[in-house]
Design a protein around this ligand. Structure first.
Ligand code: ADP
Ligand code: ASP
Ligand code: MG
Length: 406
């Protein structure tokens, strides 16, 4: 008997009919002779609605209370799904993150799982129950509820698959799998048969909202095959795993984009040892993660420094950086929220020349001006104006022939 972890996202559980649809699919997996652990997200837009509500009663809600509030969305979905399964004659039990043994650190709203005690889940499985776990949550050492960051149910699912030594983890959602780019932006995007952990990690770290990045990291560390498929049909999904098939290696596989980029430029910085540390250490302490960093070659010991942060972090970043810029004698510090990112990703790009040239040439022919460039071995990213992102994705998708069979 195999043990399978299935995760259903908010769009798959948005109303009573959809919950019943999910219950039928789970019952089918159970009847096929598998042990099943299911992780659920909150129904539809529940998490967004709860956040709005919290900010309506207090502009600066206390983080402990906010995490408890947000965790309730997943509890609602888990109990309703268990009830739907009972209605179909299936033995099933819902568990909160705490009951499922998920322990985390203290970082409210972005807690990390520190360990999992799977004993209660195993006990329920042995009793013949389908176990439904409320995703996105755990408890810290004081038994207070914590949440794992937006999209955190993905991480719950993969972490449970690792702790339970499940055969695989399946993520069911409103699209048929992982596409060459977000099908919502470009309907002619093509579904990929499979993709490597590394490629997937680059995609989701550079803006594609297809899976929570930490879930991909965990799947890679524990080598858990991770299937992404639709909860509304039975089309084959996309398998995220270690190696992709030989014949598709030498290619760009996908285009990721991010519409949430802000740029900070510090002009006229005296070029002395320690200046970068003076700026970036306090930013890290303030919880702002910095992405692309570019420092110009200095002229007469004066240089310019540019870096990007998430648009939502711009205000916090400027509060940290402005006084430091002044203290180190910089001429000016400018924050600009109008940016976006477009990336081409593919392990076939490694050690193969020509991809960067083709990307820059394609963007230039489309009149897209590149502000900054950053690369990894399997990714090239350009920071461009936000209003040009859709056009950039479209022309790059065409130039790298991603609408052709992969
Ligand atoms: P769920 O409701 O299941 O949690 P999500 O919104 O978290 O769904 O994830 C599914 C969405 O991810 C899709 O509707 C799609 O628009 C988006 N997405 C972004 N990039 C991609 C991609 N490359 N392939 C597939 N889906 C993508
Ligand atoms: N409900 C949470 C969110 O919307 C967690 C999740 O869906 O995975 O981010
Ligand atoms: Mg989601």
């Amino acid at each position: 008997m195999s043990l399978i972890v299935q995760k259903y996202g908010g769009s798959s559980l948005a109303d009573a009919a959809k919950i019943k649809n999910v219950a039928r699919r789970i019952a089918k997996t159970r009847k096929a002779g598998n042990k099943v652990v299911v992780v659920v997200s909150a129904m539809g837009d529940t998490t967004d609605d709860l956040i709005k509500l919290a900010f309506q009663v207090n502009k600066d809600p206390e983080e402990r209370e906010l995490d408890v509030l947000l965790s309730t969305g997943e509890l609602v979905a888990s109990t309703l799904l268990a009830m739907a399964l009972h209605g179909m004659g299936q033995h099933s039990i819902s568990l909160s993150g705490a009951q499922a043994g998920i322990r985390t650190d203290d970082a409210y709203s972005m807690a990390r799982i520190t360990d999992i005690d799977p004993s209660r889940i195993l006990k329920e499985l042995n009793k013949g129950n389908i176990v439904i776990v409320a995703g996105f949550q755990g408890i810290n050492k004081d038994s207070d509820t914590t949440t794992l960051g937006r999209g955190g149910s993905d991480t719950t699912a993969v972490a449970l698959a690792a702790a339970l030594k499940a055969e695989r983890c399946e993520r069911y959602t409103d699209v048929d799998g992982i596409y060459s780019t977000d099908p919502r932006l470009l309907p002619k995007a093509r579904k990929l048969r499979d993709i490597s952990y590394d490629e997937m990690l680059e995609m989701v770290s550079y803006g594609s909202k297809a899976v929570q990045p930490r879930a991909v990291e965990l799947a890679e560390v524990y080598n858990i095959p991770f299937l992404v498929a639709s909860s509304f049909n039975s089309n084959p999904g996309t398998l995220i795993h270690k190696e992709v098939s030989m014949e598709i290696v030498n290619k760009v596989r996908s285009i990721a984009y991010d519409l949430d980029v802000a740029k900070i430029t510090i002009l006229g910085v005296p070029d002395k040892p320690g200046v970068a540390a003076k700026i970036f250490v306090p930013l890290a302490k303030a919880g702002v993660s910095v992405d692309t960093i570019v420092q110009n070659a200095s002229v007469k010991n004066i240089t310019d420094l540019t870096f990007t942060v998430a648009k939502s972090d711009l205000e916090a970043a400027m509060k940290v950086v402005q006084p430091i810029a002044k203290a180190v004698g910089a001429r000016q510090c400018i924050g600009d929220p109008q940016w976006g990112k477009v990336s081409i990703v593919g392990s076939g790009m490694q050690n193969t020349p020509g991809y960067a040239a083709r990307m820059f040439d394609t963007l230039s022919k489309a009149g897209v001006n590149i502000q900054l460039i950053t690369t990894s071995e399997i990714r090239i990213t350009c920071i461009i104006e936000r209003v040009k992102v859709k056009e950039a994705v479209t022309v790059l998708h065409q130039a790298f022939e991603l609408d052709k069979k992969n």
